[in-house]
Ligand binder design. Structure first.
Ligand SMILES: *[C@@H]1O[C@H](CO)[C@@H](O)[C@H](O)[C@H]1NC(C)=O
Ligand SMILES: *[C@@H]1O[C@H](CO)[C@@H](O)[C@H](O)[C@H]1NC(C)=O
Length: 365
């Protein structure tokens, strides 16, 4: 299946060599891996139902607080090699059913139809197993021949990867009936994949595993992308590719949603719980200077997990766009409630006066 070619190394460390049948990661030998993690960072997904629509547009996220993350190369998190065009802003919220993410990052417009590596790409990664580390995508020590749901139990990470090369901006990709009927996390239409991993070399679509496939798996993500330089708002079709002119300054938007909980029975999906923290990471690929990116050449928002709080209903008042709109809508709401109160008193009066009002039981209808 085509989507298998798209599964690319993620949070992969720079070099791996085989030694007596075990994968030995270079950082263990040279001690080169270095992480000045920002442990203060925490993203909160507040309960804000009915605010956003997954369409790739960020206007509806304006009142939601986000977090600006520096993008450093995942393999060598060195300030000097920071993604130059800007930080990645990430916002999250939930509506009690689904959790939503908005990823915003500045970048000149590049798009190459059908060539994922010449288009920007993003991924989210979540801790599933208690032992799963950010570094090495779960960090299970087994090699591809030996990693499975027994030997790597507890090291599972959940990954959502969106390669936009075959996705029309503003359209929804990810979960679709065709791939979900096949029982795996693939997406033949737009390469918004639902995957899991134990380490960078043991990474599969949900439902696909070395021990055998499980047809109960699903792609549970939905997502869309957009670039601020686009002029059309009503809807693109494939024929409009490349949708915008190359090199235009602007911002990329990637918007996602997923149910808080899924029907996963295999430790391949993170299960969010309202009121409880989760751990996540985000990655960004960009064809710098027009050069196609390769799987391990990505930026990351941190060199460790970032806390994500799915918070319970917030007591803080909902902030509205402007004082004026509050006044207007507040006054209107007050007027409406006064009218409805008056109407109900009047109806009550009528009913009590006409004591002969007949009550028709439903059964006789
Ligand atoms: C491992 O995965 C296989 C195939 O999906 C499944 O049949 C088996 O029950 C799983 N074992 C464990 C320990 O999860
Ligand atoms: C599992 O699914 C993958 C992808 O569809 C396929 O290549 C592989 O042969 C399947 N494995 C088994 C044991 O059926």
């Amino acid at each position: 299946m085509a989507s298998n070619n798209i599964i690319i190394p993620f949070f992969l460390i720079s070099l791996t060599i085989f030694q007596s049948n075990h994968l030995v990661f270079c950082h263990q030998e040279s001690g080169e891996w270095h992480c000045d993690e920002d442990s203060e960072t925490k993203l909160t997904a507040d309960f804000r139902p009915g605010i956003v629509t997954v369409d790739g547009h960020a206007d509806d996220w304006e009142d939601i607080n986000g977090f600006d993350f520096s993008l450093l190369p995942a393999l060598d998190p060195d300030q000097e090699h920071e993604y130059k065009a800007g930080k990645m802003t990430i916002k999250a919220l939930h509506d009690g059913r689904d959790v939503y993410f908005m990823l915003k990052v500045d970048g000149d417009y590049v798009y190459s139809d059908g060539n994922d590596n010449k288009c920007p790409s993003v991924a989210l990664m979540f801790q599933v197993g208690d032992s799963a580390t950010y570094h090495n995508m779960g960090g299970c020590k087994e090699s591809p021949g030996t990693c499975n749901n027994k030997t790597c139990r507890g090291y599972e990470v959940d990954i959502m990867h969106f390669s936009v090369g075959s996705a029309i901006p503003g359209r929804i990709y990810g979960a679709n009936p065709v791939d979900n009927r096949d029982g795996n996390g693939g997406d033949r239409y737009g390469h918004l994949l639902d995957m899991y991993a134990w380490n960078p070399h043991c990474r599969n679509l949900d439902g696909i595993s070395p021990a055998g496939n499980d047809s109960t798996a699903q792609n549970n993500w939905k997502g869309a992308w957009w670039h601020s330089s686009f002029g059309v708002h009503s809807g693109y079709i494939q024929e409009d590719s490349p949708y915008g002119s190359s090199g235009q300054k602007g911002t990329y938007y990637f918007e996602f949603s997923r149910p808080l909980r899924t029907m996963d029975q295999l430790q391949q999906d993170i299960q969010f719980t309202v009121g409880q923290p989760s751990k996540f990471a985000a990655a960004f690929w960009y064809p710098v200077d027009g050069n196609p990116w390769h799987g391990s050449g990505h930026y990351s928002i941190n060199c460790n997990w970032v806390a994500l709080d799915v918070s319970s209903a917030s007591l803080t008042p909902v902030k509205l766009a402007s004082g004026n709109s509050w006044n207007a809508s507040g006054a209107f709401a007050l007027l409406l409630s006064i009218i409805s109160l008056s109407v109900s008193i009047f109806v009550g009066y009528l009913v009590s006066r006409k004591s002969g009002v007949r009550f028709t039981p439903m059964d006789s209808l």
